[in-house]
Design a binder for this molecule. Structure first.
Ligand code: UD1
Length: 438
């Protein structure tokens, strides 16, 4: 398995193009199942999860064609892909795929809405918590689906067509909102989603569905009203920039005392994150091309953070902010309210010299003057990138293991950081020695 080696201490200075958002791209790809026309997506990041979703859709019968590079927001390397679901021959999403990527469950709603049946492996627990999908299933039942859990699979069917329903989500869930939003577009009658997630990635999906002919009101609010239509058509759609990738590089710039411009991202998508950066003494300003992040003072100031559904502070930025706060002046308190086990980075940061104590869902971070490089590893995507951030500011060498987590969500991470002066390299796993023919 590949590793990443970082020698810390160099301030990041330069520009970084931000890729299309993984968490917007995955549901958009699943939305291709809703129509027999081609859906063409631009600014798609090239990531392991995107390849997994492409493979999942292909085994359902979607044919995919790539359009090469350079069709993104003008700054990234975004690819274009056309997805044609006119020949679906398999309604099963198998365990082998779903277990590697939970977002696979997003095919459930579209398959059921268009074909009246779907069989999707139940995603298991994952490193950051139990992550049930009860809200998805309950809402589909309200829309007339019959659901049976058997042999580790969700078997869902509907007698004729899903019907509209008034759905009150008990909890704000990004995945459930997306799955049910897609289903409701082809249901008979009106569906109301109350307490819906309003993350920018949910809005991106809703705007694309509108471009495909869906009737959706309330985009950007926590109440979505969808009038079902008989069919959707194809469209061309460009994926929004990844606000979490941008936030991660912002934290890296801040911890190293750097000055970077993040290209292609809009400040309003990062409002709650920027507010916290400002409180910590980091200046974030809008530029014509994106945002500029610069540390103003000598040291970062300790702050308190609580994760919340959008527009609150995103759970997907919690680990990166914590890494940055390990070097703050004074203490910080981080409280995680979305996932129950999202502190796997803490023991690894501690190995680098950070002072962090976890009590239940809160972590107290006492800022230290410096971190030391070490060998570290993490068990999820954002935890792994938090170790990269810490390593960029640590004295000496850090080796990060299990780089495949980073490859799931960060496109060309080493290249983007190295272009801003970071001393970072990927160490490829050793290939078996070649046997020369005699
Ligand atoms: C999505 C993102 C993930 C991000 C998360 C929170 C994708 C592919 N993934 O995940 O990166 O960390 O949003 O912003 O976009 N819950 C239930 N029952 C359900 C569904 C969720 O209890 O049926 C709970 C979860 O356990 C969690 C909370 O609701 O505590 C939020 O989960 P959710 O928003 O659904 O996260 P994901 O959609 O899985």
């Amino acid at each position: 398995m590949d590793k990443i080696r970082i020698i810390g201490g160099t301030p990041l200075v330069g520009t970084i193009p931000i890729s299309g958002a993984k968490n917007a791209a995955l549901p958009l790809m699943a939305a291709s199942l809703l129509t027999d026309d081609a859906l063409t997506l631009f600014n798609l990041p090239y990531l392991a999860d995107i390849v997994t979703m492409a493979n999942l859709l292909a085994q359902h019968g979607v044919s995919l064609s790539m359009h090469g590079d350079g069709q993104g927001n003008g700054y990234g390397n975004g690819r274009g892909v056309s997805l044609d679901a006119s020949n679906i021959h398999n309604l099963t999403a198998p365990y082998e795929v779903v277990r590697t990527m939970r977002a696979s469950v997003l095919v459930l709603g579209p398959l059921l809405a268009r074909f009246g049946a779907a069989r999707v492996s139940l995603p298991g627990g994952c490193a950051i918590g139990t992550r049930p999908i009860d809200l998805h299933l309950k809402a589909l039942e309200q829309m007339g689906a019959e659901i049976e859990l058997l042999d580790g699979y969700i078997n869902a069917k509907v007698a004729s067509r899903l019907h509209g329903a008034d759905i009150q989500f008990e909890k704000v869930s990004v995945g459930a909102t997306e799955n049910i939003l897609m289903s409701a577009c082809l249901a008979d009658g009106e569906t109301i989603l109350r307490n819906a997630a309003r993350e920018p990635e949910v809005c991106d999906l809703a705007y694309c569905l509108q471009a495909m002919g869906a009737q959706i009101e309330g985009i950007g609010t926590n109440e979505l009203r969808i009038q079902g239509v008989d069919r959707l058509h194809g469209c061309d759609y460009s994926v929004i920039a990844d606000r979490i990738e941008a936030g991660s590089f912002a934290a890296a710039a801040a911890i190293t005392g750097g000055d970077v411009e993040l290209l292609g991202v809009r400040a309003e998508l990062l409002h709650s994150v920027i507010e916290k950066f400002n409180e910590a003494g980091i200046s974030v300003t809008s530029t014509e091309r994106g945002i500029r992040v610069k540390r103003t003072g000598d040291r970062i100031q300790g702050i308190d953070i609580m994760t919340q559904p959008y527009p609150g502070f995103p759970t997907d930025m919690q680990a990166q902010m914590m890494a940055m706060l390990t070097l703050a002046e004074g203490a910080s308190m981080v409280t995680e309210t979305i996932f129950e086990n999202r502190y796997m980075h803490v023991p690894e940061l501690t190995r680098m010299g950070a002072k962090i104590i976890v009590h239940g869902s809160s972590a107290m971070i006492r800022g230290v003057p410096s971190l030391r490089g070490a060998e570290v590893m993490a068990t999820d995507l954002r935890a792994s990138v938090s170790l990269v951030i810490a390593a960029l500011a640590a004295e000496g060498e850090t080796v990060i293991h299990r780089v495949y987590h980073l490859d799931r969500g960060y496109e060309r991470l080493e290249e983007k950081l190295a272009a801003c002066g970071a001393n970072i390299e990927r160490i490829a796993s050793r290939q078996p020695a070649k046997v020369e023919a005699a």
